[in-house]
Design a protein around this ligand. Structure first.
Ligand code: SF4
Length: 677
């Protein structure tokens, strides 16, 4: 009998907790929190404790599959590679290289994502490569990059405990990032004021010193209102504005139009609460902002992020410990996948493709002809399929049929593809539509790195050999080689070293340096200690840029046909499309099926009982859900979690996009409710 302990990093949310797998005779039997984990210091949430339950699940894909005449047949690796390569080359020759698009993943390690985007760019000569950050935090990357010059969490998790005031906005923190929520609770216990702005009365909202329940999609108005009060009362930081920022007059002119009385009408938040929030945030010594997808998944996602950046700069709560603008990432490696350039507009390290020097740099390094034209985002790729421009899709670790908005339209698009190649660890509704399915190795079956929300690059360590017999970092290069762009690596560390040599913020990192507790980027040189908080003394872009942001309402509002506001989100026991968590018995037991939260007043009016099956319909589709009657939502608002593929909330959601990042408006649309037949 052999019992081993393997230290590694959680594959779920962006907090980046470390834990130890107990491995007995080649089977992972238990997960234990690691006291040395810089983000978790010995704690895990229920998802972390249960990770080992999905890894060796009987449903794992273990053999390549080829679908012919509608039937999947097991194939050898050679047969699958050859068939996939011949189909990709056929599309390239028949319709041109731009007829094949690529979708990566924010849950795979950096090394796999780096070679995936390299494969797309070098083998096909375009930039039609994207990943699920598009659906969550692309507005963070775009918004903060414009305001500060760097699109990442500005401070670290540990610093939050020492803030004097924390504004949590659009974040159900105890559910989506429970170990980060512990930091907020500790800060509150240390005397900090905790304010939550959320349309739902979530658990963190109930624990807060002040909760305001703004109307869905009114965040810009609320934040402009706070800034109006701060400026009128002279609570702003004049020295910081003069020395560290530009374009303040434009902001001052805009916020003049948002007196608290008008803001109260738009947002539904009372004038005294607006004034109290403004005073607490501005007058505290060190105030921090924490936000998640309640801010970004809107047609105004970039505007919302820029507004929070404005608020932080107005008060000088940025560039110091325990302050800043702190987006907590939903997925374990969404920060890393963006850093790796799995984006249609940027090579690794946010080196933009439309800058000729960057194209020349990567052409030289990769020995390939590259494009300087930004590619299609994920949602645009689906539209290009409907228009007949994209004929083939390569999907690596993603499940678009469930995770994209307006899922019925996505499914129809994928059904129309001439060739769909999917690499994943479990069967999903997306693999069901594939022509070739390649079985992937999970995070527990490989070495590599994840970058957490606080920009901490941490090691992932191999606990068991890859279940399908190959590492993902072997599969992608083999495929690339067979379509004409040769790639070969001996290890994940070799890939990391190549990536770090081309990515300045990672330039000083290597696997040996990451052994202890990882490093937070930027870490440009081998002796650099990493960077805990950003924008000390100077913003990445030089001066912080204030932007005048006006309020725009959501793309779809209730009417006579669809009279309810729908908002979607996570529950504590599940993660994304549930592919992994719904296979963990512990988590499945907590929440086995989809539900809709309805306010008691609405339930009474519609004569809906708790637990009753009801039909939820939007202009895009219909699902059946069980009623959960609760004061968590206001009258007229309902909430449906996003994890349940058999009745996916995304059959209802609206694919209206943020105009800059093309991020869909998952958080707001109009629906109807009726008793099920
Ligand atoms: Fe994993 Fe996030 Fe839970 Fe930590 S908080 S154990 S990273 S899911």
């Amino acid at each position: 009998m052999e019992l081993r302990a393997v230290l590694t990093t959680c594959p779920y949310c962006g907090v980046g907790c470390n834990f130890i797998f107990e491995v007995l005779d080649g089977k992972i039997i238990n997960t234990m929190a690691a006291k040395t984990g810089p983000s978790n210091a010995g704690s895990l949430c229920i998802k972390g404790w249960s990770v080992h339950e999905f890894i060796q699940h009987k449903d794992r894909l273990t053999k390549p599959l080829i679908r012919r005449d509608g039937v999947f047949k097991e194939a050898t690796w050679d047969e699958a590679y050859d068939y996939a390569a011949s189909e990709l080359l056929r599309l390239k020759d028949t319709y041109g290289p731009e007829s094949v698009a690529f979708v990566g993943s924010a849950r795979c390690p950096n090394e796999e994502t780096y070679i995936f985007q390299k494969f797309a760019r070098a083998a096909f000569g375009h930039n039609h490569v994207d990943h699920c950050a598009r659906l969550c935090h692309a507005p963070t990357v775009a918004g903060l990059a414009v305001s500060f010059g760097s699109g990442a969490m500005t401070n670290s998790f540990a610093e939050l405990e020492h803030a004097n005031c924390i504004l949590v906005i659009g974040s159900n923190t105890t559910v989506s990032h429970p170990i980060a929520a512990k930091r907020l609770m500790k800060a509150q216990a240390n005397g900090a004021k905790l304010m939550v702005a959320d349309p739902r009365k979530t658990q963190i909202a109930q624990l807060a010193d002040l909760h305001v329940q703004q109307n869905l999609g009114t965040d810009v108005a609320l934040i402009n209102g706070l800034m109006h009060v701060i400026y009128k009362n002279g609570w702003h930081n004049r020295a910081f504005i003069e020395e560290r920022t530009e374009n303040f007059p434009a902001l001052a002119e805009m916020i003049e139009q948002f007196p608290p009385e008008r803001v109260s009408q738009i947002t539904g938040v009372s004038v005294p609460d607006i004034e109290k929030m403004a005073a607490w945030y501005a007058k505290s010594q060190d105030s921090a902002i924490v936000y998640v997808l309640g801010i970004t998944q809107h047609t105004t996602g970039v505007d919302n992020v820029k507004s929070l950046a404005n608020l932080a700069m107005l008060c000088g709560h940025i560039g110091r410990p325990s302050t800043g603008v702190n987006p907590i990432r939903g997925q374990n490696n969404v920060q890393g996948a963006c850093d790796m350039g799995c984006l249609p507009n940027a090579f690794p390290g946010y080196q933009y493709v439309n800058v000729p020097e960057n194209v020349a740099k990567f052409e030289k390094a990769w020995n390939a002809k590259l494009s300087g034209t930004p590619g299609l985002t994920m949602v645009e790729q689906v539209e290009a399929v409907h228009e007949g421009k994209v004929k083939g899709l390569v999907v690596f670790g993603a499940n678009p049929v469930v995770s994209y908005p307006n899922a019925n339209r996505v499914q129809k698009g994928l059904e129309a593809l001439e060739f769909l190649l999917v690499l994943d660890i479990f069967p999903t509704p997306t693999t069901a539509l594939a022509h070739v399915v390649l079985p992937g190795a999970s995070f527990a079956e490989t070495c590599g790195t994840f970058a957490s929300s606080e920009r901490r690059v941490q090691l992932v360590r191999e606990a068991i050999p890859p279940i399908p017999g190959k590492y993902n970092w072997e599969i992608i290069p083999e495929l690339s080689t067979r379509v004409g762009y040769p790639m070969k690596y001996a290890s994940a560390a070799e890939i990391f070293d190549e990536m770090a040599s081309l990515t300045p913020a990672y330039g000083g990192m290597s696997f040996p340096r990451l052994e202890a507790e990882g490093l937070c980027w930027p870490c440009p040189t081998p002796n650099h200690p990493g960077t805990k908080y950003l924008h000390k003394d100077k913003f990445t872009r030089g001066l912080g840029l204030f932007q005048a942001i006006d309020f725009r309402p959501p793309a779809e509002a209730p009417d006579d046909d669809y009279p309810f506001w729908l908002t979607t989100g996570q529950i504590f026991s599940h993660y994304l499309t549930g592919t992994m968590t719904r296979r963990c018995p512990t988590l499945h037991h907590e929440n086995p099926e989809v539900f809709v939260e309805i306010n008691p007043q609405d339930a009474a009016r519609l004569e809906i009982e708790a637990g009753e099956k009801i039909r939820a319909s939007s202009r895009r589709g219909t699902i059946e859900v069980k009623a959960r009657i609760t004061e968590t939502v206001k009258p007229g608002v309902v909430f449906i979690p996003m994890h349940f593929l058999e009745n996916a909330a995304n059959r209802l959601t609206n694919a209206a996009l943020d105009p800059i990042t093309k991020t869909p408006e998952y958080k707001v649309c109009a629906i109807n409710l009726a008793k099920a037949a």
